[in-house]
Write a protein that binds this ligand. Structure first.
Ligand code: SF4
Ligand code: SF4
Length: 83
């Protein structure tokens, strides 16, 4: 599936444990990434400074579902289970 516009759940719900450009402490779970623009798109897409974690998260029906709310719930649960 293609990434849904105006979602940004996978750039908000999960924690990113490793430091990266713009977020030297990493990203806590539930915090918007500083690189999300107002349309919930990644401003670092295609940039080498984008964390490998992000490239590994590919859109899919299991993660993304049919709404931002579904994806947020799924990703919050996954983050808790893998912490
Ligand atoms: S959760 Fe899925 S649809 Fe939402 S921004 Fe991430 S990849 Fe795109
Ligand atoms: S760097 Fe881009 S893809 Fe990664 S969490 Fe931030 S906005 Fe999302």
């Amino acid at each position: 599936m293609d990434c849904r516009s105006n979602c940004g759940a996978c750039c908000t719900a999960p924690s990113i444990q490793t430091p990266f450009y713009g977020m030297p402490q990493g990203k806590p779970a539930g915090m918007r990434c500083v690189h999300l623009d107002s349309a919930e798109r990644c401003k670092l897409f295609g940039d080498d400074r984008r964390p490998p974690f992000c490239a590994a998260l590919q859109p899919g029906t299991e993660m993304c579902g049919d709404s931002r709310e579904y994806a947020m719930k799924y990703l919050v649960t996954l983050d808790e289970l893998t912490r």
